[in-house]
Design a binder for this molecule. Structure first.
Ligand code: TRP
Ligand code: ZN
Length: 476
């Protein structure tokens, strides 16, 4: 769902562009023509789709760990934002057997990651429609891409099931969708697995039924969720549910093979998650969703440990036992990334810099050095000659979007801001940010404007130095 403020901004941007120079016919949204193949992300031009706005995803699938095969039906409910003769969904690799629009058979073709759907009847601007896609195959893990630290990512086949970590661009390796954070929606996930296996996804467990040797788990996330934050991990799980001391419902799932080598793993994840979630409520504002938790799986690729953690909404995934600082980082993403999401991927420091800043706060919470002292130590530990400093973290480029500087220089930027505007203004900026963009999207320019508004200071030079100058800051 596009929030109206974003829609208005986009409309304004288009209007300004038209005024300055006529948009070539091929790029204008043709009234009644096909929807665009992408939303125009600078790093991922084909991610997301134009011409409609998703309201709800209802995904049903079965997965058999014995064959690695997934078979599903995705039902997308959307609203047309223009008259549509045709529109796209994003889907990689898997096969499509049928598509229906408003219960009528629809035409479809494949073109790279675009599934192009031609409804029987043209869709009218403003109307709500359903598209159902029957699909299946063996999802392939993404290997050899530089995007996520060069690590395999996406859909991982584990010893006992499957594990998904799709940021930023590979949710479409296991389901058809409009794969861009600017179009969030609510979700229902119905997963069927061999009896004895479990499924842990986002939000709350609505039902769990076993019949004829199969179990179906229905999970519901009624809050707005970006596509890359969806997960539905399959396997054997030890589950602990309850509430944090602050009252937030919590569900933690841990793979028993983790517990075999770390007998306290369930309590470790449960207690750390509760403590970090409640701490961030104090620092960042009300918890943006309806539950918190963790999914800790024993996930490897070709026998190699993955060492990965991802802020899947309400319930981050961990490929092994991780440090309390990493858990605190992933939970800070519930505010920064999951609720306040990037308007497009070049703003990634708004996720990683903020979640990394939270780790300074976490260290202090545990009795360690102050965030200021941690910042100074980190700043001094990297000489100006260190290539670490040679990037513009507010536009880090696609293949280096998760480079270290996006995290660490991002965290340093926020402490430098705190030193400049004072504690009171700084935390008001953070809490106003999470409130104004609650379950929505945001840009770096909006963060700069908010910091100036709340502090009353002119911060153009400050942010120019920290975010846009590819050298080590000297004065700011
Ligand atoms: N956002 C993750 C973090 O907390 C890093 C990440 C990006 C990731 N893409 C991923 C992790 C895919 C697992 C899978 O820093
Ligand atoms: Zn992160």
């Amino acid at each position: 769902m596009l929030r109206s403020r974003v829609a208005r901004m986009l409309a304004l941007a288009v209007a300004v562009a038209c005024f300055a120079f006529p948009v070539p016919a091929a790029h204008a949204a043709p009234a009644g023509g096909p929807g665009a193949a992408g939303v125009g992300d600078p790093y991922f031009p084909l991610e997301g789709n134009g011409g409609y706005d998703v309201r709800h995803y209802d995904l049903s699938f079965s997965y058999d760990p014995a064959t690695d095969r997934l078979d599903g039906t995705m039902v997308v409910r959307a609203r047309a934002t223009q008259d549509l003769s045709r529109f796209d969904l994003d889907l990689q690799q898997l096969e499509v057997s049928a598509v229906r629009v408003n219960d009528n058979p629809a035409g479809f073709t494949r073109d790279g990651q675009e599934l192009k759907v031609t409804p029987l009847n043209r869709l009218r601007e403003g109307s709500t429609f359903n598209v159902a896609v029957d699909y299946g195959g063996v999802p392939q893990t993404i290997v050899g891409s530089p995007i996520v630290f060069g690590s395999p990512y996406g859909f991982l086949h584990t010893d006992d099931g499957a594990f998904m970590g799709d940021e930023p661009n590979v949710a479409s390796t296991w389901m058809p969708l409009s794969d861009h954070p600017s179009d969030k929606a609510s979700w229902t996930i119905r997963a069927t697995v061999p009896a004895g296996k479990g499924v842990v996804a986002n939000g709350r467990l609505v039902s769990q039924v076993t019949a004829n040797g199969k179990s179906t788990f229905v999970w519901d996330e009624p809050e707005q969720m970006a596509t890359y934050l969806v997960t539905a991990c399959i396997g054997n799980w030890v589950i602990k549910t309850g509430r944090t001391p602050g009252g937030i419902p919590e569900t933690v799932a841990v793979d028993p093979t983790i517990i075999a080598s770390r007998p306290d793993a369930v309590d470790f994840f449960y207690n750390t998650t509760a403590e970090a979630t409640d701490l961030w409520v104090k620092d960042f504002g009300p918890y943006p969703f309806d539950s918190t938790g963790a999914i800790a799986d024993n996930a490897t690729f070709n026998g190699q440990p993955l060492g990965f953690s991802l802020e899947t909404q309400t319930r981050p995934v961990y490929s092994a036992v991780r440090s309390t600082s990493t858990i605190a980082h992933e939970l800070a993403h519930m505010w920064f990334g999951d609720s306040v999401s990037v308007a497009d991927w070049h703003h990634i420091w708004l996720n990683e810099g903020f979640a990394s800043y939270a780790q300074y706060l976490w260290t202090e919470h545990l009795g360690g050095a102050s965030p200021h002292d941690q910042f100074v130590a980190e700043f001094n530990s990297r000489p100006a000659s260190d290539p670490f400093w040679n990037s513009q973290i507010a536009d880090p480029q696609r293949d280096t979007m998760f480079q270290r500087a996006v995290y660490r220089r991002g965290a340093m930027t926020l402490q430098a801001l705190r030193d400049k505007i004072g504690d009171d203004a700084f935390f008001r900026v953070l809490r106003t940010w999470t409130a104004e963009h609650f379950q929505s999207n945001a840009t770096t320019a909006q963060f700069i404007a908010l910091s100036e508004r709340i502090s009353g200071q002119e911060l153009g030079n400050f942010f120019q130095v920290w975010l846009y100058t590819p050298t080590k800051p000297t004065t700011w």
